[in-house]
Design a protein around this ligand. Structure first.
Ligand code: OOG
Ligand code: NI
Length: 465
């Protein structure tokens, strides 16, 4: 039903724009980061004509400046359930399960994002959404208190939920309802400079884990960062201090390469912001809270399970080596020599996902002739081309690195690694999509279509088998 889909895509665009405006107004340093990213993108495009032409061809130039993702942290089961319904209105579905308890962060998470190609092309905005795992708080008194405090808040406006209900029955919203929905939904993501707890309770939550204080002490799950796309993440990382922005020590993810893979990201350190705390008697006390930051990202090709296993293995050897931040980049580049940096090789070894298309030469050649009956030969003859499928998800080790850099290094904690995907999905109300299946499907759909265009439906069937 195209009408429905168009509607959701438009609402997502309206929403991400509104969120961006709100966040720039709330966090001026984020505005400064966005300016730096814009300047760097311009400079990169000025120097790299080929890149400019390719972005222009794929219609990406004008969308270069739209944010790619944001993140929130929820506290209660029904908050996650309803968040799924809210994001569904914007055409965003839960993809992937991320267990961050292994990295000392007491949350598990998913990414709400568009899943089909057309929607991703229109606006790829996604939200990394984590749920606090109160079951990982050892101190029972504190756990019960956190539960009680969270139990009293309502993070959605009644009207936002009403509009979600209308969308669920009608399959779409009118333009006026969409505007109203965006306004109402935005309220959930707003910053509150007044805590719902006393300074004393805040401190106890904070001592258990800074993230617990962040989730429990406020009226709602303030957006904690937004992330634009950069064309040159290394240049922005280096330039941040010159603009008075303090970057985290390292860029997360793979090293810089000719054939970019997965996702590279870095951020500036979260800001310490003034907060008013109120005790049970109504007495107020000033304090601070540190949660909000700005991030940038650069995406590459999605890896197959085989490619991902290689990535995870190489990365973990670098991490185990425990290099200092200064030596880290060199170590990383060194270890990743073991990862082919050539498109043909990545395809031949089945390390990455590609989108196939029939070339004009191929379409011409197949009129009246039989083409090679083998995929590699079709590629070699220039009848079939392949382009990298962009990785649209997150990386747990990187996410933990982003979390960690904002928690201060004194807060390294260890939780028993108890991944609990089933519990997460029960609370969510649906199963999360398997991202690998989505990429594999996109690849095989493109191949099938291309082979049909080349008049080789039998080959298409064989390739699909
Ligand atoms: C989310 C951190 C994860 C990313 O880009 O990996 C994330 C958070 O700090 O709440 O956004
Ligand atoms: Ni992020």
């Amino acid at each position: 039903m195209p009408a429905q889909r168009t509607n959701a895509d438009e609402i997502r665009t309206l929403f991400s724009r509104a969120m961006s405006e709100m966040y720039r107004a709330e966090v001026p340093q984020y505005g400064a980061l966005v300016e730096l990213v814009d300047d760097t993108n311009h400079e990169t495009l000025r120097r790299d004509e080929q890149l400019r032409a390719s972005l222009e061809r794929s219609d990406e130039l004008e969308r270069l400046n739209v944010e790619r993702h944001g993140a929130i942290r929820l506290g209660r089961a029904d908050e996650l359930f309803n968040m799924r319904r809210v994001f569904a209105v914007m055409g965003m579905q839960a993809v992937g399960y991320y267990d961050l308890s292994v990295a000392g962060v007491p949350v598990h998470a998913t990414a709400f994002r568009p899943i089909d190609d057309a929607a991703l092309r229109r606006n790829p905005f996604r939200v990394f959404t984590s749920l606090l795992r109160l079951d990982l708080i050892g101190d029972e008194t504190l756990r019960l208190e956190a539960e009680r405090i969270l139990g009293e808040r309502r993070i959605f406006t009644p009207r936002a939920l009403e509009l979600v209900g209308i969308f669920e029955t009608e399959g779409r919203l009118t333009a006026a309802q969409a505007d109203e929905f965006v306004r109402e939904a935005l309220e959930t993501f707003r910053w509150h400079s007044e805590a719902t707890v006393s300074l004393e309770v805040y401190s106890r939550l904070h001592d258990a884990h800074r993230l617990i204080a962040d989730v429990v002490s406020f009226k709602g799950p303030h957006i904690n960062h937004l992330t634009p796309r950069t064309l040159d993440i290394d240049a922005v990382q280096v330039a941040m201090p010159r603009r008075g922005i303090a970057p985290k020590a390292i860029i997360e993810g793979p090293p810089r390469r000719d054939c970019p893979i997965l996702l590279r990201q870095t951020s500036f350190k979260a800001l310490e912001e003034p907060i008013l705390f109120t005790d049970a008697a109504g007495a107020r006390a000033p304090g601070t809270h540190t949660a909000r930051f700005g991030e940038i990202e650069q995406r590459g090709v999605a890896l197959t399970p085989k490619g991902r296993a290689l990535y995870d293995r190489l990365l973990s050897t670098v991490r185990q080596a425990g290099a200092t931040a200064r030596a880290y980049d060199t170590e990383l580049a060194e270890h990743f020599r073991g990862f082919p940096d050539d498109w043909a090789e990545l395809r031949a070894q089945g390390l990455a996902f590609f989108r196939y298309s029939a070339t004009p030469a191929g379409i011409n050649a197949c009129k009246g002739h039989t083409l090679p009956s083998n995929l590699d030969e079709l590629v070699a003859a220039g009848f079939l081309r392949y382009d990298p499928i962009v990785y649209e998800d997150f990386l747990p080790v990187s996410a933990a690195g982003i979390f960690q850099s904002n928690l201060g290094n004194d807060q390294q904690q260890n939780y028993a690694a108890r991944s609990n995907r089933a519990a997460f999905e029960t609370v969510l109300g649906v199963e999360v999509h398997d991202e690998m299946k989505l990429y594999a499907q996109a690849e095989s759909d493109s191949l099938e279509q291309a082979l049909v265009q080349l008049g080789s439906p039998h080959l298409a069937r064989r390739a699909m088998a």
